[in-house]
Design a protein around this ligand. Structure first.
Ligand code: ADP
Ligand code: MG
Length: 254
């Protein structure tokens, strides 16, 4: 059983400190949600875990399988078993989603075993069919060109399918605030619910309380001003829905 441990993480964006000593442990097999008001640094955390060069780590570490992943490239992080949202959100006309997924699966196999000759077409088809059935996706979707004219919901579908195919041990999903309609939210939630189990840990980063009506997290963490300020069970999300963030602001100020 592996866990992702974030310790005292400080991150600057364009010279300004956004994450200010964030601590969080995500065990494999659990679904955790991070919630918090806009501008609090949730996406900064996601981008930092992803290894985006704009996010400068000034202090702290993120340990997974005995390694500080902050020292690894985004590819190395993926090969270690961490799935970070959609790593290739650009449209690639001429490359189908199936082609792309096959390349991603092969890259992972190759990283685990340099002698690997790649997944056979038949084996890949079988795996893809099985995962699409599990996620209740129409098989024709895999024949579409990657992200070419995809709606917000279809991008989310492609992301969840990629996650299913790569079978990560830890998945981090940033449900960015803009452009995620209720439909896309439902796709993500149903996907996470279909994939959750003892071998997968999921961190859902969201500012929507309503996603938690679809995903029942094992734990909810509230982030404010660059730190986790409160952790609890699903009832914490309900409390937030009723009372907002003011009670926490007051407590932090006191
Ligand atoms: P959240 O996802 O919680 O809404 P963000 O992590 O997006 O918060 O933003 C936190 C703060 O960092 C904001 O003040 C935002 O303006 C700033 N910030 C985040 N990313 C960038 C960036 N790429 N360039 C400049 N400022 C950024
Ligand atoms: Mg955000």
């Amino acid at each position: 059983m592996s866990e992702l441990v974030i310790r005292n993480l400080h991150v600057n964006v364009e010279g300004k400190e956004i994450l200010k000593g964030l601590n969080l442990t995500l065990p494999q097999g659990e679904v955790h949600a991070i919630m918090g008001p806009n501008g609090t640094g949730k996406s900064t955390l996601a981008y930092t875990l992803m290894g985006h060069p704009k996010y400068e780590v000034t202090e702290g570490e993120v340990i997974f399988k005995g390694q500080n992943i902050l020292e690894l490239s985004p590819e190395e992080r993926a090969h270690l078993g961490i799935f970070l949202a959609f790593q290739y959100p650009v449209a690639i006309p001429g490359v189908t989603l199936a082609n792309f997924l096959r390349a991603a699966v092969n890259a992972k196999r190759k990283a685990a075993n340099p002698d690997d000759e790649g997944i056979s077409v038949a084996e890949f088809r079988k795996l893809l069919t099985e995962k699409m059935r599990l996620l209740k996706m129409d098989p024709s979707f895999a024949g579409r060109y990657l992200n070419d004219g995809f709606s917000g919901g279809e991008k989310k579908r492609a992301e969840i399918l990629q996650m299913a195919m790569l079978e990560p041990e830890i998945a981090i999903l940033d449900e960015t605030d803009s452009g995620l309609d209720i439909d896309a939210l439902r796709i993500v939630s149903e996907g996470v619910n279909a994939l959750r189990g003892p071998d997968l840990g999921v961190l859902v980063i969201t500012h929507y309380q309503r996603i938690l009506r679809y995903i029942k997290p094992d734990k909810v963490h509230i982030m404010m001003d660059g730190r986790i300020v409160e952790s609890g069970g699903p009832e914490l999300a309900e409390h937030l829905e009723e009372h907002g963030y003011d009670w926490l602001r007051e407590r932090i100020a006191a």
